[in-house]
Design a protein around this ligand. Structure first.
Ligand SMILES: *Cc1c(COP(=O)(O)O)cnc(C)c1O
Length: 423
């Protein structure tokens, strides 16, 4: 009775299959690899043991038995679910304690726990900005900041990566910015602190000066700096000696250096109270499991009491960097590797196929470095995103560097026989 083409399910599939075919043809089709057991430097992926150089678990806390024990203890006492959104009946004492401890650690008045960095960025931007406002954003910001900015309805000014002059021009063009408070128009600047695919740092001091000059509000997403950079690992904003006055809106996640899951916003009493009323991804979402808050509290305590973890990481980063220079590896963007102490090293290979081939070559040698392709990074900049953590040993780092050098030599060879065998 109904023709095949009028069947809504098949219409949808037809459309999706077309898109999937396009992604496949562009070598942008992505597949998941399955990790068996712990997420650590030595990891079993798709059944084979290898060394993981594509993790955000920078301090090696994701598999720390003390963090797991804190979660287990809390699960035994509290159970699995928070039961409701925080404003209904889901706000547990574990959440409250974590928020207090994060605020204390960061020396900010208050913190608010979200279930993810995505939820935090969408919720915050949508709550703080409206159609009369202007958002000035670095072009390489995380996807959640881009989507949050669009969702807010504010005019979106995308500026060239790290270009303070471009930020200034964008702010100059905001109407009524000189009288922002009287007109009620908010100009906000938002940036990643550490750019997640390039590993470079935003010029937070420079952005802060611009914001003061143009009466704009600065929001910083410190997902990859929190726990690593700055005094005591208090993050890139503390590292630039900026406080709540200069960076009123600070977001960081618990899923990277803390090895847990979730995220938080830290700022003034007023900001947090406002977000509790208005951040829709927080108000209308089940509070995270109390056990995850308990785990994050344990991870934060380790971060505070074991500064040697950051020292080990620094030594590993120095080892990797020196070895790469010695071997003439072109790390960084356009062959430029900034002297920043971040654990993210891009090796740009250009075409998708090259990144995939080198990734496969490394896997065959026992190293896992995922290929990062457009649209995650700009077209023509497919890369390996190598992350070095505190859990790696020097021998593993040296081994990876040697394997990369061999892989690049094979990639350059006209016939590429070894690569063909592993593809
Ligand atoms: C990972 C990341 C996020 C998202 O955080 P999740 O907790 O993983 O949702 C947001 N911003 C940046 C810069 C990130 O790297």
């Amino acid at each position: 009775m109904f023709g095949r083409t009028s069947d809504p399910a098949s219409l949808l599939d037809e459309r999706l299959l077309g898109e999937l075919a396009r992604a496949r043809a562009a070598q942008q089709y992505r597949v998941r690899r399955t990790v068996e057991g712990v997420h650590a430097a030595r990891i079993i992926v798709d059944g084979r043991p290898c060394i993981n150089f594509c993790s955000n678990d920078y301090l090696g806390l994701a598999a720390d038995p003390r963090v797991a024990e804190a979660a287990r203890e809390s699960l035994g006492r509290i159970g699995t679910g928070s039961g409701a959104a925080a404003l209904i009946s889901g706000y547990n004492a574990e959440h409250a304690r974590l928020e207090e401890e994060l605020a204390d650690f960061l020396r900010r008045p208050r913190a608010l726990l979200f279930s993810s960095g995505w939820a935090a960025n969408l919720g915050v931007l949508r709550a703080l900005l409206g159609r009369d406002d202007v958002l000035v954003a670095d072009e390489l910001n995380h996807a959640s900041l881009i989507d949050g900015g669009r969702l807010s309805g504010a005019a979106y000014r995308r500026v060239h990566h790290g270009d303070l002059g471009d930020f200034a021009r964008a702010l100059q063009s905001v109407p009524d910015v000189e009288s922002a408070s009287t007109h009620g128009r908010l100009a906000m600047v938002v940036t990643d602190a550490v750019f997640s695919m390039d590993g470079d740092l935003a010029d937070l001091s420079g952005l802060s000066r611009l914001c003061r000059q143009y009466r704009a509000t600065l929001m910083v997403d410190d997902a990859h700096g929190f726990g690593l950079l700055g005094p005591g690992g208090r993050g890139a904003v503390a590292g630039a000696s900026l406080g709540v006055d200069e960076v009123p809106v600070y977001v960081a996640t618990l899923g990277k250096s803390l090895g847990c899951s979730g995220a938080f916003v830290a700022g003034s009493e007023t900001l947090i109270e406002y977000l509790i009323q208005r951040a829709r991804t927080w108000v209308f979402s089940t509070a995270p499991p109390p056990s995850m808050a308990a785990a994050a509290r344990a991870a934060l305590a380790i971060l505070r009491s074991e500064p040697e973890r950051r020292a080990v990481l620094a030594a590993n980063l120095a080892r990797f960097r020196a070895g790469a220079v010695q071997r003439g590896l072109r790390l960084g963007i356009n062959g430029h590797l900034p002297e920043t102490p971040t654990p993210i090293f891009p090796l740009v290979l250009g075409e998708e196929g090259n990144a995939l081939e080198l990734s496969r070559f490394l896997m065959a040698r026992g190293y896992w470095v995922a290929a990062i392709r457009p649209p995650t990074v700009p077209p023509g900049t497919a890369r390996l995103r190598i992350t070095v953590t505190a859990a790696h040993g020097f021998a593993e780092i040296d081994g990876l560097l040697e394997a990369i050098q061999d892989g690049l030599a094979t990639l350059d060879a006209p016939e590429a026989p070894a690569l063909a065998a592993t593809a």
